[in-house]
Design a protein around this ligand. Sequence first.
Ligand SMILES: Nc1nc2c(ncn2[C@@H]2O[C@@H]3COP(=O)(O)O[C@H]4[C@@H](O)[C@H](n5cnc6c(=O)[nH]c(N)nc65)O[C@@H]4COP(=O)(O)O[C@H]3[C@H]2O)c(=O)[nH]1
Length: 757
Amino acid sequence: MTKGATADGKLPVPIPAAEQAPNTAMLGRPSEDFRHEADLAGRQGWLENMINQIPDYLYAKDLQGRFLFANQAVVFNNGLSHLKDLVGRTDFDFLPSHIVQIAADVERHVAETGQPHFGSEELAFRGDRERWLMITRVPLRDASGKIVGTIGASRDITEQKSAERRMRSQSYLLEMIARGTPLSDFLENLARMIEGFADGVHAALFTIAPDTGELRLVAAPSLNEEYRRHVNATLIRTVPTDLTATAAALKLVFDQAGISELDHQCHCSAISDVDGQVEGVLAVYSSAGTRYQPGFSDFVSIAVHMAGIAISRHRAEARIGFLADHDPLTGMANRALLDRKLTLAMQTADSLGSEVALAFLDLDNFKLVNDSLGHSVGDQLLKTVAERICELIIDQGSLARIGGDEFVIILEQTDINGCLGRLSAIKEAVARPIALNGIELRATCSIGVASYPSHGKTAEDLLASADMAMYRAKELGRDGIAIFTPEMTATVRRKLSRTDELRQALLRDEFVLHYQPQVDVQTGSIVAAEALVRWNHPGEGLVYPGDFIALAEETGHIVPIGEWVLQRACKQAKAWQDHGLPPIRICVNVSARQFQEKRLIETVANALSESGLDPTWLELEITESLIMKDLASSIARMHELEQLGVKLAVDDFGTGYSSLSALKRFPLSRLKIDRSFIADIPHDADDMAITAAIISLAQKLDLEVIAEGVETKEQARFLVDSGCNEIQGYLYSRPVEEERFHCMLENNGRIHPLLPL
Ligand SMILES: Nc1nc2c(ncn2[C@@H]2O[C@@H]3COP(=O)(O)O[C@H]4[C@@H](O)[C@H](n5cnc6c(=O)[nH]c(N)nc65)O[C@@H]4COP(=O)(O)O[C@H]3[C@H]2O)c(=O)[nH]1
């Protein structure tokens, strides 16, 4: 090796750095000194220092590939401390020939052709660690321009390469997630990628069962059947915060499966979903001989993260899929799945020549539970009911929840009679007491049942038939089972067309009010009028409330009808007053649906203000059974009405079982004895005793009392003798049209020959 430099600017044959002690004094000196250090040796020192401080690898080799010069990076990289130990040796002295041969070929080509070779990526090693170098090679020429070797400059791009590889892997994994690759395929790929980052590792991926915490093997591409068998046979429960026990258990499985002679370790990483919930485990088996590629541990972190995303997505998709077909509260099939199952059951029945029974089950008074005990109790009740039904049909049928408290049961290969025993058992099971929030509940249900093929040829028709039968069970007093009959269809059709007519009736102003006088028996004077609605039906003539109020109540039409009645009645009462007739109280019935309507107070206030009627002349009749349905809110509502200044009467008193203590809390002015108690007077001693007791109760509570449905003088006599002076009934007058009532008021107290009784 020659020391010195060429004057023509050609690259000098370098001086091995190790042969010259670094000029530490110069290193510390500012650039000022450099300009004054004109001598060549000084410059050369500077150059060497510079070259040695560059982290890239710089070297020159002769035509035989022997090192002539190299900077310290090359020296250290080859595991040496001094340049002199490197000079004269070749790459073959340090690395396996299959690795260095390619580089040697390139260098020879550069030397032979004089063509520089720019920027090739080559695999290299430091010890047993794989690295990537970006190498540029140019010919080394002497002073005469003759090629005497090669100069190489290379940069370690291992980190960059492994970052690129991680990025590529990550993109590939994300793409698989986006494409909706099945979870097992995704995790298989992931495990393979991890294994591709190191020689001698095995990866296994597990999900954790949400209910038990048990591991479930999903992917372990390089592990054998024996491993799978052992893993599946061993219940490995996981504590996500401490995976040491899990790792120990998985190592045992690995050893049992006899996968390798070497002693392997198992390292577990928790796989968390996007919310941080641990959903799975990655197990990596490695041994002392494992050779890791750069970026292995970084890739494992990425893999765990990607697995978390994939598992989250898989679970979300599974949940969405489940919700598309199931009711989220009870986990039972929903309407869509019911339709499919029912259609399938029908097809099976066709092929076997058998029948399918379909039962529609609706809880009785569920709304009451929800309203009075809250929705969470209602939800619990529904879940319990679903569980109880399921237990009884598991072998032969399926259950769906298709609405609030509506369940449908498919019972295959059974006719109507064959299923009745089972349905009774279901009814009994539903009615068993349920303890919820320290309350014991009993829920009864009404069941309607229809049979395929006789009661419907399609799923929709069969369901409609079972629904109709269920309504029949409700009408029959609830807590029962009704079988579909074809007449039910006709009834329902009638009901539907009646409902439509009712809706039209309001728009066409077909309702009218009749008024029935309430009389003071002692004076013979009319003291009040009950407004009673009638429907002037275009085809049927006058229709009485008994034929449409219940339907109006069921369909909600009662609310606008009731509003109309209130307005009309108030206006009429005011009109009579304005005519100079003796003022009387106007009594208006308020139905259950109306009473529960939020805007009732507003409706009453509007009717009063629009008519100009003084509130004291308006009395609202509320049935006792309605008040007792939800005592607390009824009392609150009654107080709101009382605030408006109107009077309140309890209609049908005696039928609703009010307790005395409850009665004292009602802001009432009047009790109206139900006409069922009056009808059999004077023949029924019990009714007479009850009537007398109600009158005396009213007196004690300082309430007015009136008897309705009084048809005979005997009844009136008995009432007066018992202390009730006000009566309403055919004895005095039937309900009459407005004009007729007008006349009665004009002759008030003078004409009617009621007295003497
Ligand atoms: N057997 C017999 N019956 C008598 C006698 N005196 C009166 N009645 C009848 O008894 C009913 C009294 O009305 P209610 O108990 O409030 O019972 C009413 C009431 O609950 C309801 N209703 C009537 N009009 C309305 C209304 O505008 N709104 C609401 N929500 N319900 C109404 O319809 C029910 C029936 O009304 P109507 O058919 O008008 O029947 C009326 C009346 O005609 C009698 O001496 N003997």
